[in-house]
Design a protein around this ligand. Structure first.
Ligand code: ATP
Ligand code: ZN
Ligand code: ZN
Length: 758
C-alpha cells in the first residue's frame, strides 16, 4: 500500500510513501504522519491511500503522529478541489482546511498538560523554599496548565516533576474548554409555529434531507464538475426571504430535522454578524431536549486554545452543529446533512488571500461531496445565485412577507442636490431626516443612522489650491480621524499628524479643511443638533475589542441608547423591535466604484440597512439621502423590489458578458517599479494569448492599472480573463504559471471569481 502525503513544508506538491505493514490499519486520508524528506524528516497529511504509485523507490512512512484524524476525508477532497479551481498550490489549500492550532498537536500536547493537586497522604515532606512556592500556587488554583505554572513561578519542568515524585501534585493531560460565552446564561427556546411560507420552505428542505442517499462507501474522486453552477443540483436551495421574514426559524427547524436523522449541520454567517445574539439563537434551541447538542463556534477572533477546543468538540461528535465564519466550511463534522449559508450574498465569504476561495461556493461543492442539503439564504441574493435558481440549478424558496404580517418599512428618498441648493454648503442631514429623528426622540423610539465610512471626514482638502492629503504608499486620500488629530490610510495603516497649513509648497493656506464625512463627523453633528440624545457610534475604530461590541448592542437593546451611528457593521442581522427609523446618510458612496457589482452592492446595502427598521409593532420608516436619487439601485430598493432590480441588472450583465454569464479570473501584477510592472503585464498578456490560442469563449481585457493603482507602495496592474469554463481555464492557468518567468521583484497573483476588483 502507498499513501499520498501533502507535506507541511512548502513543496507545492504531494509525495507518495510506502505504508509499512505495521501501520496499515492506522493510515487513512486525514492521518498526520512523519516521513523522511531527503536527509531530514517532515510532517505531512495523508490525502489518499492507493494500491501502488507511479513513482519508483518509495520510502516508508516513519510514524503516525496524531490520532484520531483531525480532518474528514471529504474535506480533504474539498481541499484538492480548491487547489484546482482556485489555481493554488495544493499545500496552500490543504493548510487552509486545518487551522494552525490543530495542525501542531505536538505543541498542543505540551500546552495541554495540567498540574493539579493530589489528595494529601500523610505528613508533608520536606520542601525547598522554591518547591513550597510552586506548591502554594497549585494549592491556590487546584489545577492549572503546566505552561502557566512555569510562567508564574519561573520554574522549569524538572523542578515541578520533583514535586510530582513526592506525590504532592500530578501532571496530567487534560482538555480544559474555554467557552467564550461561558458566563452567558442561555434560556432554552422551543420551535415557533411556522407561517405558511416558512412551513413550505422547511418541508422542501426536509424532503431533500430524506432523499439524501447514504454516504458512498468508497472514496471516489470528486466529480470534476462538482462546482456551483454546473449540472442541476436538487440538493441546493436558495431561500429568498425579505428582511424580518423569519429565515432563522427556518434554519433552526431544518437543523432539528437533520439532527433527528442522525446528521449534523454547518451554519455559515458573515464574520460581522457572528454576534452573541446570533449564536445564542442557535444554542438556545439545542441546549435541552432530545436533540440536545453542543454548538461549536468558529471565527477569526478565537484564541488558539479556544479554536482548538471548538475543533475537538466537533471532531469528537459532542457538537453536532457548527456555526462560524467562512473557514467553518472546513469543520470536521461527521456526516453533515445540512449546510446553511446565511446572507449568501456577502462579499466577506470570499477569502482575499491564497487560497482565494468563496465559502458559499465551497458549501455547494461540499454539499455535493458529502452529500448534504445546502441552503443559501438572503433577503438580497447575489445575482449569481438567483440566476442559478432561475435556471433550475437551485430550488428557489421564497418568504415574501415579514412575520406576523408586519409591514415593510416605508422608504423615502431625499434628493440631496435640492438640499444642497437650498442650504449654504454641504448638509449632512436634510430637513426631512432631522424632523424624523426629532419625532423618534420625542416618542422614545430608536434610530439607526448608517454611513459606510468610518473616520471623521474623507479627506483633508485645501479650499484654495485643491490639494488633497494622500497616502504616500497607496493611491488613496488619507482619512481624517479626530481622536489624536491624525490622518490615517485605510489601506495600509500609514498615519500622519494633521498639518496646520496646506502642505503644497506653492500654497501654504492655513484654511485647509475637510471634505466628505465619516461616522465620527455624523456623531458630532448629532450631538450638536440633539444635545440631550444619547448617541453611540459603532464602527471598526470603536470595536477593537469584542466585549465592546456586545456592550453596545446590549445597551441599545436595553433602550439606553437613542441613536446608533455606524458603518456596515450595523447593517445586517440585528433585530431591534424598537427601531422605527433608519437614516442612510449618503447612499451614493458604494455606487460610483469602478466595479461591475457596484449597483448590486448598493442595492443590497440599502435593502439590508432599511430592513433594520420596523421590526416591532410600529411601522418603520427609512430615509435615504442621495445625490443620484433616480439611480435604479436606489429606486428598486425604495420599492423593496428585488425581482425588478434583478431583471434590469441581469440584462446589463448579459450584454457586457459579466458574471453570472461568465466567470472571471483576475490576474494582478505587483511591483515597486511602475515601468517594470507595466512592461511585465503587457508581456504576460502576449504570453497568455499564445498559451490560450484557440480557446473559443475567452474574453481577455487589460492590462490596465488597477483602480487602486498603488497599494502599500506597490504598483498594481490587472488582466481580466472571462470564460464560461473556469475549471478548464484554471487548469490551463496552473500549467502556464508553472513555466512563466517573472523578474524577481514582480509578483503575479490569480484570483478566480474575484469579489474585490480594486
Ligand atoms: N413563525 C413565527 N412566528 C412568530 N415569530 C416569528 C416566526 N418566525 C420568526 N419569528 C420572529 O421574527 C423575528 C425576525 O425573524 P428573523 O430574525 O429570523 O428574520 P430574518 O429573515 O432572518 O431577518 P433578516 O434577514 O432581516 O436578518 C424574530 O424575532 C423571530 O423570532
Ligand atoms: Zn493649498
Ligand atoms: Zn496607504
Amino acid at each position: 500500500m502507498v499513501a499520498r502525503v501533502i507535506l507541511e513544508v512548502a513543496l507545492g506538491r504531494e509525495l507518495d510513501y510506502l505504508v509499512p505493514s505495521e501501520l496499515e490499519g492506522q493510515i487513512k486520508p486525514g492521518t498526520r504522519v512523519e516521513v523522511p524528506l531527503g536527509r531530514r524528516k517532515a510532517f505531512g497529511l495523508v490525502t489518499e491511500v492507493a494500491k501502488d504509485s507511479p513513482s519508483p523507490n518509495l520510502k516508508p512512512i516513519l510514524r503516525v503522529v496524531a490520532t484520531p484524524s483531525l480532518v474528514t476525508p471529504t474535506v480533504l477532497r474539498l481541499a484538492r478541489w480548491i487547489a484546482e479551481y482556485y489555481c493554488c498550490p495544493p499545500e496552500v489549500a490543504f493548510r487552509s482546511v486545518l487551522p494552525g492550532a490543530v495542525r501542531h498537536p505536538d505543541a498542543d500536547w505540551r500546552r495541554r498538560l495540567y498540574v493539579r493537586l493530589t489528595p494529601p497522604q500523610g505528613p508533608l515532606p520536606r520542601l525547598s523554599p522554591r518547591q513550597k512556592e510552586i506548591l502554594h500556587v497549585v494549592e491556590e488554583r487546584r489545577a492549572l496548565p503546566l505552561t502557566e505554572l512555569q510562567q508564574l513561578t519561573g520554574a522549569n519542568v524538572a523542578t515541578i516533576r520533583r514535586l510530582e515524585d513526592k506525590g504532592l501534585v500530578e501532571i496530567v493531560p487534560q482538555i480544559e474548554e474555554r467557552d467564550p460565552w461561558a458566563r452567558e446564561q442561555i434560556l432554552p427556546t422551543t420551535p415557533l409555529t411556522l407561517n405558511e411560507a416558512q412551513s413550505q420552505a422547511v418541508r422542501a428542505i426536509v424532503e431533500a434531507l430524506d432523499r439524501l442517499t447514504p454516504r458512498p462507501a468508497a472514496v471516489s474522486d470528486p466529480s470534476p464538475d462538482a462546482r456551483p453552477g454546473a449540472p442541476a443540483s436538487p440538493g441546493v436551495f436558495l431561500l429568498h426571504g425579505v428582511t424580518g421574514s423569519g429565515k432563522t426559524e427556518v434554519y433552526l427547524q431544518a437543523i432539528a430535522a437533520a439532527l433527528e436523522r442522525g446528521r449534523g449541520a454547518i451554519v455559515l454567517v458573515p464574520e460581522i454578524s457572528l454576534t452573541p445574539q446570533t449564536v445564542e439563537r442557535f444554542k438556545a434551541r439545542f441546549c435541552t431536549g432530545p436533540l440536545r447538542t453542543l454548538v461549536a463556534v468558529l471565527h477569526s477572533h478565537l484564541s488558539a486554545g479556544e479554536r482548538h477546543d471548538e475543533w475537538h468538540k466537533i471532531r469528537q461528535g459532542r457538537a453536532r452543529i457548527v456555526i462560524g465564519a467562512r473557514s467553518a466550511i472546513f469543520a470536521p463534522v461527521q456526516n453533515p446533512g445540512l449546510i446553511i449559508v446565511d446572507e449568501e450574498h456577502e462579499p466577506t465569504y470570499k477569502q482575499e488571500e491564497a487560497p482565494r476561495y468563496h465559502a458559499r461556493d465551497l458549501a455547494v461543492v461540499r454539499g455535493r461531496l458529502e452529500p448534504a442539503v445546502v441552503v443559501l439564504g438572503s433577503a438580497t441574493p447575489s445575482l449569481e445565485s438567483y440566476h442559478n435558481a432561475r435556471q433550475g440549478k437551485y430550488t428557489l424558496l421564497t418568504l415574501p412577507e415579514r412575520v406576523d404580517a408586519r409591514k415593510m418599512p416605508r422608504v423615502r428618498v431625499v434628493d440631496m442636490r435640492a438640499a444642497l441648493r437650498s442650504n449654504r454648503g454641504v448638509t449632512m442631514f436634510s430637513p426631512q431626516l432631522r424632523e424624523a429623528i426629532l419625532q423618534r426622540l420625542e416618542r422614545g423610539e430608536q434610530v439607526i443612522l448608517f454611513l459606510n465610512r468610518r473616520g471623521y471626514a474623507t479627506a483633508l482638502q485645501c479650499p484654495k489650491c485643491g490639494f488633497v492629503a494622500q497616502c504616500p504608499n497607496c493611491s488613496v486620500a488619507f482619512t481624517y480621524h479626530r481622536a489624536g488629530q491624525r490622518l490615517l490610510c485605510h489601506i495600509c495603516g500609514e498615519s500622519r499628524t494633521v498639518p496646520a497649513a496646506c502642505p503644497n509648497p506653492r500654497c501654504g493656506d492655513p484654511a485647509i479643511r475637510y471634505a466628505g464625512m465619516g461616522t465620527q463627523r455624523v456623531e458630532e453633528a448629532l450631538l450638536r443638533l440633539f444635545p440631550t440624545a444619547r448617541v453611540q457610534r459603532m464602527d471598526s475604530d470603536i470595536l477593537q475589542r469584542k466585549e465592546e461590541y456586545r456592550r453596545i448592542l446590549g445597551e441599545f437593546r436595553a433602550g439606553k441608547i437613542d441613536i446608533l451611528v455606524g458603518t456596515q457593521m450595523i447593517a445586517k442581522g440585528l433585530h431591534f423591535p424598537n427601531v422605527t427609523l433608519v437614516g442612510i446618510v449618503h447612499a451614493d458612496l458604494t455606487l460610483h466604484q469602478p466595479d461591475f457589482r457596484a449597483a448590486e452592492r448598493t442595492f443590497q446595502l440599502l435593502t439590508q440597512v432599511a430592513g433594520r427598521a420596523g421590526r416591532g409593532d410600529i411601522e418603520g420608516e427609512v430615509i435615504v439621502q442621495s445625490f443620484t436619487p433616480y439611480h435604479p439601485a436606489i429606486q428598486y430598493a425604495r420599492r423593496h423590489d428585488f425581482e425588478g432590480f434583478y431583471e434590469q441588472e441581469i440584462e446589463f450583465r448579459s450584454q457586457l458578458r459579466y458574471p453570472p454569464f461568465t466567470r472571471v479570473a483576475l490576474l494582478t501584477v505587483r511591483g515597486r517599479n511602475e515601468e517594470k510592472v507595466r512592461f511585465v503585464a503587457s508581456h504576460l498578456r502576449r504570453e497568455l494569448e499564445t498559451h490560450l490560442a484557440g480557446w473559443d469563449d475567452l474574453i481577455m481585457s487589460g492590462p490596465a492599472p488597477a483602480p487602486l493603482e498603488r497599494a502599500q507602495s506597490y504598483y498594481r496592474h490587472h488582466l481580466m480573463l472571462r470564460t464560461r469554463r473556469m475549471l478548464q481555464l484554471a487548469r490551463e492557468l496552473a500549467r502556464w504559471l508553472h513555466q512563466v518567468r517573472l523578474p524577481e521583484d514582480v509578483r503575479l497573483t490569480v484570483d478566480v471569481d474575484p469579489v474585490n476588483l480594486l
